[in-house]
Design a protein around this ligand. Structure first.
Ligand code: HEC
Length: 132
């Protein structure tokens, strides 16, 4: 059954971009904005009680030579890969968002299976990057 569902997902391909961004924006507002801020500028209300700086998520590309490191950001948010799992104040969401697996292609074409909400929120972040 599970395998069938996955095949159906792959066959369906990525959801319409508009849909993904809406899910991503809603996920961001619900799970990330308390720390990262409503505009993702790193100024959410939780920053007042955190002892670490919360990064501006609209400047990820700017911090990475102008390229949005999509797969790395998926890993950071998912946190289950062992790849810089935040190790700090940032919670990991892989387990929280488990159960809505979706497939997306990384820039190099590698299919990535992660929570639909994680993929959507990373696509949302990619869409709000600002010029350095
Ligand atoms: C409890 C506060 C908190 C919440 C909630 C939170 N973050 Fe973070 N986030 C942080 C902190 C602090 C850092 C920087 C230190 C670290 O990596 O742990 C960070 C770092 C990041 C980074 C790395 C940025 C970079 O340029 O290296 C990304 C991407 C990120 N967060 C995305 C998200 C997303 C997406 C969500 C919601 C699904 C989220 N965060 C929710 C506190 C939070």
């Amino acid at each position: 059954m599970r395998r069938l569902a996955l095949i159906a997902l792959i066959a369906a391909g990525p959801a319409a971009a508009g849909e993904d961004l809406a899910l991503g924006a809603a996920t961001f507002a619900g799970a990330c904005a308390t720390c990262h801020g409503a505009e993702a500028k790193g100024d959410g209300p939780m920053t007042q009680v955190l002892s670490v700086d919360v990064p501006d998520l609209t400047a990820i590309s700017a911090r990475n030579d102008g390229t949005f490191p999509w797969l790395r950001v998926v890993h950071i948010v998912d946190g289950r890969t062992g790849l810089r799992g935040h190790g700090g104040a940032m919670p990991v969401f892989g387990a929280t968002f488990a159960g809505d697996a979706a497939v997306a292609d990384a820039r190099d074409g590698t299919p990535v299976i992660a929570s639909a909400r994680i993929l959507a929120v990373v696509d949302y972040l990619a869409s709000i990057q600002q010029e350095p």
